[in-house]
Design a protein around this ligand. Structure first.
Ligand code: NAD
Length: 385
């Protein structure tokens, strides 16, 4: 059970790029990083508008001289200080991730980077090589992967409770962009512009999340080929898609689908994964994250509840409050930040526990690239490269 006692020698001196006032994801980065005292927020370049970023940083109790106008200045100035930053989180629009991540690694910093890591596989491979060369951690925030019930699913599958894995159905399909909200919402505006968002919208923004859940639950399985079709129901979003279906074949004969959508009208969030084996299935849905459905063929369905003693020890280790009270996105993110911190402190010995690291970032970029190649060639099967 996690109870906030210290695990590290001392908190890691940490900064943020982006995540400023009004941003969608900045607050959850701070909540997750600061919750277990593993990080201390000492600097930031929070905003594309320097003055607003500075004011915001000061309101977070950061010393004014450490609220920087841009990330390059921050890396340069912090490197001169004996108490300079050791890690940085990147929570800016997609088009900036590659440059900022590269600059951070070159400055010798550990990184937590938002997805997508970058736009092209060559860039992703370059960042992976750089992280290895510099011996630095790059964590990617596939937030719900840190939830206790995802760990439970991973353990159940590893222990053969489902039998041979045959089918994986995944979706992240919400309805919030059924209308062209980008006309008045800045967080959505850049998401539908390839210059800022990259080669895809919902495939990268949404589909990569349940895809990573499947990688956590089924670490050995590799995609062999896939077929993707993508649509822009709001026409002005073309060439970027607001809906996509991807079908995948895995190397062990299993098949999978990912439905990525922001036009699933009426759906609140809609991230789901169902793993189907020869004996039983499990299903997890982010709108009821504390419950894992376990259905054995021929028996009544069971609902496994978070925090209960019948769960695997590996899952219970992430528990914070016991059964009876809900845990959700914030706790899942905190669990990830806690693992990032442990990996950062351990240095080379990174493999004691899993977390979404640079290889998860690379895989997300690879998957999107393959989906786009399939879709833009007329929704054809493509070998997974
Ligand atoms: P947003 O548009 O709401 O906020 C972006 C923030 O970055 C703003 O504060 C902006 O001023 C700042 N910014 C932009 N360029 C900057 C620069 N060069 N230097 C410093 N600050 C800069 O965007 P968002 O929705 O918060 O998304 C940010 C990133 O987080 C995206 O890559 C997105 O894909 C990702 N995201 C991830 C999740 C998740 O669940 N992991 C959820 C939402 C968003």
């Amino acid at each position: 059970m996690i109870n906030g006692e210290k695990k590290l020698e001392r908190p890691i001196r940490w900064a943020m790029v982006g995540g400023g006032r009004g941003s969608q994801i900045g607050y959850i980065h701070r909540s997750a990083a600061l919750r277990d005292h593993h990080f201390q927020l000492v600097a930031g370049a929070f905003d594309i508008i320097p003055e607003r970023g500075k004011e915001f940083g000061v309101n977070l109790h950061i010393s004014p001289d450490r609220c920087y106008s841009d990330y390059r200045k921050m890396f340069e100035e912090e490197a001169k200080r004996a108490d300079g930053i050791e890690a940085v989180s990147i929570a800016t629009p997609n088009n900036t991730h590659y440059e900022i991540c590269k600059a951070a690694l070159n400055a010798g910093l550990h990184v937590v980077c938002e997805k997508p890591l970058c736009f092209r596989l060559e860039e992703a491979n370059e960042l992976e090589d750089l992280a290895k060369k510099k011996n630095r951690v790059v964590g990617i925030t596939y937030g719900y992967s840190g939830h206790q019930m995802i760990e439970q699913a991973r353990q159940m599958i590893a222990n053969g409770e489902l039998g041979d894995i045959r089918i994986i159905n995944m979706q992240f399909a919400h309805g919030f962009h059924s209308d062209p909200v980008e006309c008045h919402n800045l967080s959505t505006k850049w998401r539908v512009d390839p210059k800022f968002a990259g080669p895809s919208y919902v495939l990268g923004d949404l589909g990569t999340h349940p895809l990573f859940l499947s990688e956590v639950m089924l670490p050995g399985m590799k995609i062999k080929k896939l077929l993707c079709t993508r649509q822009s129901f709001v026409k002005s979003r073309a060439p970027l898609e607001d809906n996509a279906y991807t079908i995948m074949e895995y190397d062990n004969g299993a098949v999978g689908t990912v439905w990525s959508s922001c036009v699933n009208a009426g759906s609140m969030h809609g991230q789901k994964i169902r793993v189907i084996g020869s004996k039983a299935s499990i299903e997890w849905w982010d709108e009821q994250p504390n419950q894992l459905r376990f259905e054995i063929q021929g028996k009544p369905a069971q609902i496994l509840e978070r925090g209960m003693e019948y769960l695997y020890q590996e899952a219970l280790e992430d528990d914070r409050i016991g059964g009876g009270h809900p845990e959700g996105l914030f706790e899942a993110w905190s669990n990830l930040y806690s693992r990032f911190a442990a990996a950062m402190e351990r240095g080379k010995d990174l493999n004691q526990t899993w977390y979404p690291g640079i290889e998860a970032g690379v895989e997300g970029v690879r998957w999107v690239q393959n989906c786009v190649r399939s879709a833009d060639n007329g929704a054809v099967w493509v070998e997974y490269q």
